[in-house]
Design a protein around this ligand. Structure first.
Ligand code: F6P
Length: 535
């Protein structure tokens, strides 16, 4: 029997077991918890037992995880469909050499980092100004990995802001840039065009719009533009001076890029020292992931719990529920990180996967979600594994009582999901309210919680830059481990191409300069109706 089959068999055998029962013997809370640096990861409220854990670790070993991990950290071209190394970890290592094609990439990484620091200081300390004075606002124009990471980070680290205000524009919908630029003074605004390829239609269209907006009041708009890209020829063609172009290499994937130039807006907001603290936190997680044994390795355990739920228990989605308002963009960030990385239907060698790709990831911060979709998590017919995240304390000492309430809610939810409420308990509650007979029975049934619903909790002291860096690196490595176990390439994204191509071909149909020959009837009819409605 293969390990995969053993796991399927084991999952089937234990599927009706109550998670709460697992706490009856031994010290499960300690045994199914892993700690590293500031993090404690509790996965005891899942149906994973010692046998399942052992099999899952063997599954990771069997997938050659240790060797694949080494290959990633040492610059091997593990992104095989694009022939690229995967070295976002180099952006936060800043110490030891890392070679790609026999060349140490670190001198260049350090040089770019130093240039970012210099520029950030110049802006923050007023040496680089707009044509109307010190920079008050920064507009980052980018999409996907060139937006989600820095946008999430700027919000997450709001207590550390002491630089210009940062705004993010991503959508090609003109409403986005219109609303963001409204009220800004072009003379004191810095526009950052963030695009790895510098060809992404949304970003380039918004960048042109921003340039036109600035040109209305500013003599030399290009002087207030910076670019973050691997394509220096294209940034030059756009007219951005090389002094304000921050380049990176193709071994940094878009969704893994906030640690380098793509993080410039964050560095401007919080300053180089706090930015470096975030890098240190991520580097500490890298070191842990690189060295810790698989069974005590946080990213590996997160991945194994994920694989268990998605592949062996058949739970198709996973909810990420940070009880940390400032992590409210984390679910959106993880949607790209996880679904663009592991949403693949073929393995590395092009064969169809004999199992599912990675899960659907979604979520919202608590407690907001409690008043929206938790109903379905508690009483719906599908099981949704939940990933809770919680800081022991907030940044607002005056509001510590609110943080306590937040923490109580977080712990209460995982407890409620596991414990549930039986029909007998629900009946007793309703009986005390005076109900009897058929009405008692009917009302009680609505108040039953099946329970035994799995969740994990990631606990950390406070959302500092170090901790935030560690959280993001933790998830990056988790995605990598899941990809290795599934045998897929987590670093390409061919699935986004078809829609882009078709959109380009449809623009002339909407303009009326093409009749849409070759398009299906529905698409042609919808295009015709859009044309008619637009007059
Ligand atoms: O369309 C998907 C994608 O290529 C993402 O992988 C990437 O993060 C995003 O578009 C933006 O790409 P770029 O940074 O090249 O503009």
């Amino acid at each position: 029997m293969t390990i995969w089959t053993e796991l399927l068999t084991h999952a089937e055998a234990v599927k009706t077991r109550r998670i709460a029962e697992l706490f009856e013997n031994g010290n499960r809370a300690a045994e199914f918890t892993c700690e590293s640096g500031p993090f404690l990861f509790d996965y005891s409220k899942t149906n994973i037992d010692a046998a399942a854990l052992d099999l899952l670790v063997r599954l990771a070993e069997d997938a050659d995880l240790a060797a694949r991990r080494e290959a990633m950290f040492t610059g091997a071209k593990i992104n095989e469909t694009e022939g690229r190394a995967v070295l976002h970890t180099a952006l936060r290592n800043l110490s030891h050499p890392v070679c790609v094609d026999g060349e140490d990439v670190m001198p260049k990484v350090r040089k770019t980092h130093a240039r970012m620091v210099g520029f950030a200081r110049d802006v923050r300390e007023g040496r680089f100004t707009g044509q109307g004075g010190a920079i008050t606002d920064v507009v980052n124009i980018g999409i996907g990995g060139s937006d989600l990471g820095p946008a999430m980070a700027v919000l997450a680290l709001a207590p550390y802001h002491d630089g210009p205000r940062c705004h993010f524009v991503s959508n090609v919908d003109g409403a986005h840039i219109h609303d963001r630029l409204k009220g800004l003074n072009p003379e004191t605004t810095l526009v950052i065009v963030a695009s790895k390829t510098f060809t992404t239609i949304e970003t380039m269209t918004n960048a042109e719009t921003a340039r036109r907006w600035m040109a209305q009041t500013v003599k030399d708009p290009a002087a207030q533009f910076a670019a973050l890209s691997t394509a220096s020829d294209k940034t030059a063609a756009f007219g951005i001076h090389p002094a304000r172009v921050f380049g990176f290499e193709d071994w940094v994937g878009g969704r893994y890029s906030m640690w380098g130039p793509i993080g410039l807006s964050l560095m401007l907001a919080i300053g180089p020292e706090q930015f470096d603290a975030m890098l240190r936190g991520a580097a500490a997680m890298d070191a842990h992931f690189h060295a810790a044994p698989l069974a005590q390795n946080l990213p590996v355990l997160l991945a194994l719990v994920g694989i268990w739920h998605n592949q062996f228990c058949g739970y198709a989605t996973r909810a990420v529920l940070p009880y940390d308002q400032r992590l409210s963009r984390l679910p959106a960030y993880l949607q790209q990180l996880e679904m663009e990385s592991n949403g693949k239907r073929v393995s590395m060698d092009g064969a169809d996967l004999p199992y599912h790709s990675g899960p659907v990831v979604w979520g919202e911060p608590g407690t907001n979600g409690q008043h929206a979709f938790y109903q379905l998590i508690h009483q719906g017919t599908r099981v949704i594994p939940c990933e809770f995240m919680l800081a022991a304390e907030g940044h607002e000492p005056d509001l510590a009582h609110q943080h306590l309430l937040l923490a109580a809610n977080c712990l209460a939810q995982s407890e409620a999901l596991m414990r549930g409420r039986s029909l007998a308990e629900a009946t007793e509650i309703m009986r005390k309210k005076g109900l009897t007979g058929a009405e008692l029975e009917r009302q009680a049934r609505h108040r039953v919680f099946p329970g035994s619903r799995p969740s994990t909790t990631l606990l950390y002291p406070k959302l500092t830059p170090e901790v935030f860096g560690g959280i993001v690196a933790l998830y990056e490595h988790r995605v990598f481990v899941e990809g290795v176990i599934l045998g897929i390439n987590s670093f390409d994204q061919w699935g986004v191409e078809l829609g882009k191509e078709l959109a380009l071909a449809l623009a002339p149909v909407l303009e009326g300069t093409s009749d849409g020959a070759g398009k299906d009837g529905s698409t042609r009819a919808l295009a015709a109706r859009v044309r008619a409605l637009r007059g």
